[in-house]
Design a protein around this ligand. Sequence first.
Ligand code: SF4
Length: 217
Amino acid sequence: MNEVQRSKIILKILNKIYPKTPIPLKHQNKFTLLISVLLSAQTTDVNVNKATKKIYPKYYKPEHFVKLGRKKIQKLIKSLGFFRNKAKSIYLLSKQLIKRHKGKVPKNFQDLENLHGVGHKTASVVMSQGFGHPAFPVDTHIHRLAQRWGLTNGKNVIQTEKDLKRLFPKRHWNKLHLQIIYYGRDFCKARECYGLTCKICTTCYPNRKNPVKTKKA
Ligand code: SF4
């Protein structure tokens, strides 16, 4: 079976398991989505949602965070890892949004990636989940699963994004990236591979005998 055949089987199984793909990070608008994605680095969406539940009812615009200042933002997000760096990014990108984009989140990769603390993955999530633009944000989970399913050679996340975009039709990208994340959390975890039990691998790799090891991003 080649990678194109595997990609078709994977798409079919994922659509069956996850017909709906709600956005895991709670937010009120595109700005708070951007902030939540930024906060989600090195922590879980559940932790981010817990922290932002108390923040967003009161603070949901760049102006609010500029007024708060770095120290107060730090206090608000103290429960999350790397809170000092994240507070700095939130403060600086809020200032940049006001200065460059009238307080609005820009709808293109270049302007998003020029904001403080915003990399390609964060920009892709905002473009995809905030604006509905076809994108394929690749995090460590997607990178791991794409390797285990033989959809990429696992060189790095840039290559994985290219390979997934080549294999799956554009109209599926936004839903598919969430479906793969869900599948990774539910079945195909970083430290566990049930090589002989998951439907995807028993269908795509009927002869596989051992759990798969993956290269890191
Ligand atoms: S068999 Fe392993 S690689 Fe395949 S889906 Fe299950 S956990 Fe993932």
